[in-house]
Write a new protein. Structure first.
Length: 380
């Protein structure tokens, strides 16, 4: 990359899934103060409630390109993204391609850029679950080793990269999701109330007769759950065990349904516990508000683990491992099998305060933008 001045640096940013929209919001705002950004939406999440609402709610600029890839097998989805992302890069000729996290959109963007000899910058680099059966683990490892600039959220991520021989142009910028939390919570505190938030929730068609009434739910008197990972939703045994455990809880459970989870639960409607409120996917700010006011979070989402941690809400993670080891300190987060969820939720041991500074100071996006704009030799 030649030194043409920071103002003329052109960046193609690739996003496609809900967590990436959240991460891209603060980064995009910062980038556009230093560089020219071309935003590409792959369409990996294409439902209006999982995609469109985030662009308007998070104040993300409209995508310059919408690839409209949609669903499919990993190979089909990644392959189509690769073809379409390459076309955009050949047309735009960016100086840098910026990718986020560990999705198929991340992998496709980094592969397309690397094969065109365009430097790749990876936000949320260095995360590891050490479970190679996870598609996300495969995606993040390949992306890290193709990337020229590696933006790590924590010291743990930096160490993971060092253990794999990645030591050049590795930066601990802090976590951009912490930036997003701080920004959005300031907005939420001005505008949101519990009843207004509950009023925006839409019960899933076909499940209302099983649901607890939303109007009866009060702050700190409900659990918030999300279940979407293939290992939990594609196994009937695990999914049914999760539902049984949620049914053992003494308080209502609000569960926004991922499309895959909804499809698989619909196969066995007779096992739906009556204390679960199945709702359509909701906006980021509403989700943050519900997280902040929940008694406990139950999830298999990496992002929600951190959001609970940032908001000082205990979390039970329905997985055998987590990339976010920091959240386990002080028992803010515990790992659980499906059968043990209720026992962990009802645990009596108190969580202990731990420093949020492990995830930075809330200025990660600005650091990323400055590093990109000032690294005039990243293509060497």
């Amino acid at each position: 990359m030649q030194n043409t001045g920071a103002a003329t640096v052109k960046i193609v940013s690739i996003v496609g899934a809900r967590p990436q929209f959240i991460k891209a919001a603060p980064v995009s705002r910062a980038l556009r103060r230093h560089c020219r950004e071309i935003l590409v939406h792959t369409g990996q999440h294409y439902d209006i409630n999982m995609s469109e609402i985030f662009f308007s709610e998070l104040n993300i600029p409209r995508p310059d390109y919408s690839l409209e890839v949609g669903s499919g097998t990993h190979g089909q989805q990644t392959g189509l993204m690769l073809i379409k992302a390459e076309e955009v890069m050949l047309k735009e000729k960016p100086d840098v391609v910026l990718v986020y996290g560990d999705t198929n959109s991340t992998l496709a963007g980094s592969l397309a850029a690397s094969k065109l000899h365009i430097p790749v910058a990876h936000v949320e680099a260095g995360l590891r679950s050490f479970n190679m059966k996870m598609p996300e683990e495969q995606n993040r490892i390949v992306t890290d080793h193709l990337s020229t600039l590696l933006f790590c959220p924590t010291d743990t991520a930096v160490r993971n990269l060092k253990n794999e021989g990645c030591t050049k142009r590795v930066f601990n910028t802090g976590d951009v999701m912490y930036d997003a939390i701080l920004y959005n919570m300031r907005q939420i505190e001005k505008t949101h109330t519990m009843q207004a938030c509950l009023g925006k929730l839409r019960l899933i068609d076909g499940f209302p007769e099983k649901a607890a009434p939303l109007t009866a739910i009060q702050a700190n008197a409900y659990y918030l759950a999300t279940i979407h990972r293939a290992e939990n939703t594609d196994s009937d045994e695990r999914l049914q065990a999760i539902l049984r455990s949620l049914g053992e809880l003494r308080l209502p459970v609000i569960l926004p349904l991922h499309p895959r989870t909804k499809k698989n639960i619909s196969k066995s409607p007779d096992i739906i516990p009556k204390n679960i409120c199945f709702v359509e996917p909701i906006g980021y700010q509403e989700m943050l508000y519900l997280t902040k006011n929940a008694k406990v979070i139950i999830t298999d989402s990496g992002g929600l683990q951190k959001e609970a941690y940032f908001l000082n809400v205990p979390c039970v993670t329905v997985r055998d491992e987590t990339e976010w080891l920091e959240t386990l300190e002080g028992r803010w987060n515990v790992l659980s099998s499906p059968d043990a969820i209720a026992a962990h939720v009802e645990r009596t041991d108190m969580v202990r305060n731990t420093p949020k500074s492990m995830f930075g100071d809330g200025a990660a996006a600005e650091k990323i933008a400055v590093i990109i704009s000032e690294n005039i030799e990243i293509g060497v």
